[in-house]
Structures are given as C-alpha cells and as structure tokens.
Design a protein around this ligand. Structure first.
Ligand code: GLC
Ligand code: CA
Length: 544
C-alpha cells in the first residue's frame, strides 16, 4: 500500500539496553528476538533499531567502523537475519539507523585518510590547515569543545561535529556518496523496511567554513551546520539512485531544520524523505548555555511548537510525533508527573502521541511508564556527553552536586538504563552486571508487574493502539487546536470525512472543569467517565 508509513505506530529499541541474552550485561539481537512476541502484543507496526554495526562505542554505536558488520556484542549477521525474519513473520517492519554524516575514526577510510595528504582516502573527510596556530574556525562539537581535531601525522585539522572519534565524511566527494549508496543497497536488499537517518540535515557543509557569531550549539546548528548548499542534492540523490526502487520509509533526524524549511525535505514531490524528527520541542527547556542550562517552559510553548509544525507541514509533508528518544529525558518525567501521577500522566502522554496528526514513535519502556533515573555519582554515567560535561564542570571547579542535578533532568542516560522486565536484581535485563546500572524503581515499575495489573499503563497502551487502528479519523483526520492559549489543557479535534473526534488532555496536577465546548459521546480515556477533568486525564469524544 502506498504511504503505509502514515498508518503505523513505531517503536524505538536501543539495543544495548533492551535485553541481554548471554550474560555479558549488554543487550543483544537474540534478546530482541526473544521479546518479539511482547513487542507484537503492544500493537506495534514497525521497529526502529538504534545502530548495531561494528563500532568502538565512543558514542554507543553512532560511531561506526564498519557498515557491513554486526557488532559482535550484539551478535552475528545470522542473528540479524533471524531477527528480521521474526519481525516480518509477525506482520511488523524494521528500519535501521543510518549514520553517515560521520564514521568512527577507526573506520578503515579514516585510518587511511589520516596517513598522508595524498592518500586516496584523504578526501573522504574534511581536512584543513590551522589558522594562526589554532583550528580553522570557532565551530564547536555537539558535546563541548572545538569541532576540529588536530592530527600530527599531516599537521592538519579534520572536522568532527560530534566527538573527535566521529570525523565528518566529505559528502562533496562523489566516491563517498557512492560508498553510502552501496551501503543503503546492501541493507535494503536484505529486506529491511527503511532507515532512520542520523543528523541528515548536516551532510552538506558551508564550504567557506566561516567563523560563527555565536558558539551556542543550537545557533551553530541552525546557521552553520544544517541545511548546507547541497543538502537537497545529496538527499535526493540517495532517493533517485537507491531508495525509490524499494517499498520503504525514511525518517531523517533534523537538527537545525526549521518548520519553514521542513517541506523542502519531506514535501510530496521532493523525492527526498518521508518524515523528519524535528527537534524544536526537544530543546524547549534548553537555555543560552545549552541543555544543562535548564529553563522552564509553559504548555503554550509546547503547543506553539507542535501546532506550528503541523500548520507548516500541512498536507504536503507528514509529521512524526514523539516526546522522547535515546537522546532526551523520559517523556513522563519531562512532560508529565513521574511522582504522584506517573500512571495517569504516562497514559495521557501515550494517548497524546497516538492521537496527534502524524506517525507516532514510542521509545521502549514508555508503554510501562519508565522514568528518569538519578544516579548519585558521576562515574555511574556512561554517555560520552555526560562524561564530557562532568569533566568540564570539574575543570572549571564547578559544583558537582549541581551538575548531578542537571544530569538527572537532562542526561541521555535517563533513557539508556536497562529496560525493566521484572523486579529481580537487574530488572530481568541481564543476570550478570549490566553495562549501566538499572533504575532502582524497577522493583515496582516493570513489565511483569504491569502484566498482572489490569489497570496498568501497559494494558491501557494495548487498548490504545487498537483504538487508533479502529479509528481512521485518528490516522487520517485534519487537526484543529481547540484552545491554543490554555495553560493546562491541550485539546484538539480530528476530522475525516463525516467523522470527528475531540481529544481533551489535562497537562496538570489539578482537577479542572470540563471545557464548555466539549460534546459528543465519550469513547476513550484514562479514568472512568465523569463530568470533570481530573489530574492528567485524557478524554476522547466522538462527535457525529
Ligand atoms: C544523533 C544521535 C545521537 C548521536 C549523534 C551523533 O543525534 O541520535 O545519539 O550522538 O547523532 O551521531
Ligand atoms: Ca549480551
């Protein structure tokens, strides 16, 4: 069917943290295979796997040293084939992470490239001489520090928008593009159903490499890193040469893509991508100093962003709807209340995801309302971003206690702790030492417990995916925000042909009056029906 990706519910798996099957404390492909029944039981249509390729793991697999090999920690190519088969046998699909803005510095191309200025692989990466004894310009890498790595061998700098172990590929070089096309084809020929394309907006560089007026990472992304002069040419070329010949979907991660530019990437006739993961609402609480400089936000800020994207994309493109992923805090901790109203707010937020207009993407564990974690010691954190942050704080003699509190709110390890399967010592994730500590709340928040409780988030989630499948209006309907200025209620209608539904979400701890515009018959929600809107309640009405 054409555009099948508009109808699906996606589920993201971070393989390292999902299920260990062989006792080395690291999640693996066999672990996922063993959990396929569970995933199918959720009503999931498509799984997105974060990278499983060979990698030195400087950035947990987002630094790839061989695009054609499975990382031995995760298993073998045979395991992969079995996984893909198991997914298809259950009527689900699989997309892989495509990380081609950069490779690992341990990729053979880079090992060659750094050897000499006339090495045939030199132009696979971006090399520049220094300026006045320093780097070529003031660009900063994503996790702090200069974006230029000095290499003594040839006395030049290479560009790395992420860590120094993630050198950026030179997409201006047609040989690089050919290599990537071959890579795409290899996986598509195996029968996968598409790609999530990592930082796809960054492929094309500003070839004059200007100094930036600000070194704030979001400023840099929007003004210098993203939407470069040849970006559309490069993405379109992948489509024309490879993607168009397969019945697959693509979703590009789009740092620096503004809503005004969105349809250049995803517009119907653009022949580029199907969707992007826009990040405006993911940086809603980032201050001038970046993500650890945390600022408050209001519900109306969130509405402005999401409704703005919905309007900008309109009927030309298509949205992806998500509230967290492996790079951001847990949605229930950030947008809900992970204390008193954890269950209510997790149910409400999942409902929100599945009733907005667009394709929802659920991060593993959201279906049981997993929360952020608060480790006591910096050394419990494994993410390269966290390590860099703590080092920077230490080097400036900053307050580590404050830094820890910031990490508890914003750290990426909040969502990278192991999936909580049961209340045993390591949450049923592994029977040995996990690569990162489990969240101590796994004793009460876990799949086993949720299966046994008829009122759990998990059982609700299954009804919810079914409800979405049964109601075309939620998948195809137009979207209208019914009260854009309310600071506690997010309410909207969806309309398709002669059907209409109203979704009323209470984003607060307070019990509120039902808005007077509410009418129709109550069809779905996270409490029993009543004429009030209780804390974090969601109610759906059918209006005919
Ligand atoms: C993307 C990934 C993130 C990674 C970065 C560099 O933003 O989602 O996890 O660190 O790209 O590859
Ligand atoms: Ca393992």
């Amino acid at each position: 069917m054409k555009d099948w990706w508009k109808d699906i519910v996606m589920y993201q798996i971070y393989p390292r943290s999902f299920q260990d099957s062989n006792g080395d404390g690291i999640g693996d492909l066999r672990g996922i295979i063993n959990r396929l029944e569970y995933i199918a039981s959720l009503g999931i249509d498509l799984i997105w796997l974060s990278p499983i390729y060979q990698s030195p793991n400087d950035d947990n697999g987002y630094d790839i040293s061989n695009y054609y090999e499975i990382h031995p920690e995760f298993g073998t190519m045979e395991d992969f084939d079995e996984l893909l088969e198991g997914i298809h046998a259950r009527g689900m699909k699989l997309i892989m992470d495509l990380v081609v803005n950069h490779t690992s510095d341990e990729h053979r191309w880079f090992e060659e490239s750094r050897k000499s200025k006339d090495n045939p692989f030199r132009d696979y990466y971006i090399w520049k001489p220094g300026v006045n004894g320093g780097p070529p310009n003031n660009w900063q890498q994503w996790f702090g520090g200069s974006a230029w790595g000095f290499d003594q061998e040839t006395n030049e700098y290479y560009l790395h928008l992420f860590t120094k172990k993630q050198p950026d590929l030179n997409w201006e070089n047609p040989k690089v593009r050919n290599e990537i096309h071959t890579n795409l084809k290899f996986w598509l020929d195996k029968g996968i159903d598409g790609f999530r394309m990592d930082v796809i907006s960054l492929l094309s560089k500003q070839l004059d490499y200007p100094n930036s007026l600000s070194t704030n990472i979001h400023y840099l992304a929007e003004h210098h890193y993203a939407n470069g002069p040849q970006i559309h040419e490069f993405i379109n070329e992948m489509y024309e040469n490879i993607i168009q010949y397969y019945d697959v979907m693509t979703v590009g991660e789009g740092p620096g893509i503004t809503k005004e530019l969105a349809n250049l990437y995803i517009g119907k006739n653009r022949r580029e991508l199907n969707m992007i993961f826009q990040l405006d609402h993911m940086i809603i609480d980032h201050g001038e100093g970046g993500k650890f400089d945390i600022v408050n936000f209001k519900l109306t800020d969130l509405k402005k962003i999401l409704d703005g994207w919905e309007a900008a994309i309109g009927n030309d493109g298509w949205n992806n709807i998500f509230l967290d992923n492996h790079d951001f805090p847990r949605m229930v901790s950030r947008f809900g209340n992970d204390g008193t109203y954890r269950i209510e707010s997790a149910k409400m937020l999942n409902t929100f995801l599945l009733t907005q207009r667009g394709t929802p993407c659920i991060y593993m564990g959201s279906e049981i309302g997993m929360t952020n974690v608060a480790f006591e010691h910096p050394h419990d954190y494994k993410d390269v971003e966290a390590k860099n942050f703590f080092n920077e704080v230490k080097s400036k003699n900053g307050d580590l206690q404050i830094a820890l509190q910031q990490m508890h709110v914003q750290g990426r390890d909040n969502v990278r702790v192991p999936m909580q399967w049961n209340d045993s010592k390591n949450a049923g994730f592994t029977d040995q030492n996990p690569w990162i500590k489990v969240n101590p709340n796994c004793t009460s928040i876990n799949v086993k417990e949720s299966e046994n409780d008829p009122d759990s988030i998990l059982h609700y989630f299954r009804k919810l995916t079914q409800f979405r499948k049964d109601n075309e209006v939620l998948r195809k309907g137009n979207y209208t925000n019914m009260d854009p200025l309310h600071e506690q209620i997010y309410s909207y209608s969806r309309q398709f042909e002669n059907q209409m539904m109203m979704v009323i979400c209470n984003f607060s701890d307070e019990e509120l009056n039902l808005p007077t515009y509410v009418h129709g018959s109550y069809v779905f929600g996270n409490y029993d029906d009543a004429q009030r809107l209780r804390p974090w309640e969601v109610k759906i009405y059918s209006v005919n």
